[in-house]
Design a protein around this ligand. Structure first.
Ligand SMILES: [Zn+2]
Length: 232
């Protein structure tokens, strides 16, 4: 006979023939348990005891084994189908070759940000908040102003076509950072075709068209290269 025992003294009998089977059942029970949720990876443990009843009905312990499972916090929803975790240095800081990573005890804390929704994922490989033994934990943080600005910039810089760029500028430009509004517009993506000889007032292009204008993107327009050449 096998018995499942939690630290809280909760116990139940398992319907198992071997210790291996009993341990698997114990893991399922731990996973299904109603553990207090801190929004962070938790490790929960129990014990499995093999017992036998003697003729007087007393339980004799034959064997026991510890079991633990890792319970990660639920992944928060994303505005896209799924998160795309990135490590941009301009947002996360740290070493240029290893952005968002800082040393922590014998391990590291890795911060990443989702390109779509701006949420953060923090992985701590040396978390001692659950006892002296360091464990790896994950937690998620909500988007903040800095990450929202970065997401808006990414949507513009990763536009797949000239039309998508115009749309992304209309939708996201107001949410970008001042730094981006001041400087990065000159680094907008282009989509094939030759670079115009004179790029003053030309922000982007594809094979047949140019994105031109003065001032902010809401004052820009798309013209064909033919129209541009004939000075219209
Ligand atoms: Zn996301």
């Amino acid at each position: 006979m096998f018995k499942y025992l939690e630290e809280s003294r909760y116990e139940e009998y398992l319907n198992a023939d071997t210790m291996t089977e009993a341990l698997e059942q114990a893991k399922d029970l731990l996973r299904e348990g109603d553990w207090p949720h801190e929004g962070k990876t938790a490790y929960v443990a129990a014990e499995v005891v093999e017992i036998q009843e003697d003729p007087d009905g007393n339980e004799i312990e034959l064997d026991h084994s510890a079991v633990s499972v890792r319970l990660d916090p639920p992944v928060p929803p994303c505005e896209a189908d799924q998160h795309d975790w990135c490590s941009p240095h301009e947002l996360l800081g740290g070493l240029e070759e290893n952005p968002g990573v800082s040393g922590n005890g014998g391990g590291v804390i890795i911060t990443e940000v989702c390109r779509h929704c701006g949420r953060y994922r923090v992985t701590n490989t040396w978390d001692q908040s659950q006892g002296p033994e360091p464990v790896e934990t994950i937690e998620y943080h909500e988007a903040d102003e800095a990450s929202r600005e970065w997401c808006a910039e990414q949507a513009i810089l990763n536009a797949p076509s000239l039309d998508a760029l115009v749309e992304a500028l209309a939708e996201h430009f107001d949410n970008t950072s001042e730094r981006f509004q001041d400087r990065s517009l000159v680094e907008l993506p282009t989509f094939g075709g030759a670079e115009p000889e004179d790029t003053r007032g030309v922000w982007s292009w594809d094979e047949n068209r140019l994105l031109i204008g003065e001032g902010n993107p809401d004052e820009w327009e798309v013209v064909t290269r033919t129209e541009w050449a004939s000075g219209e």
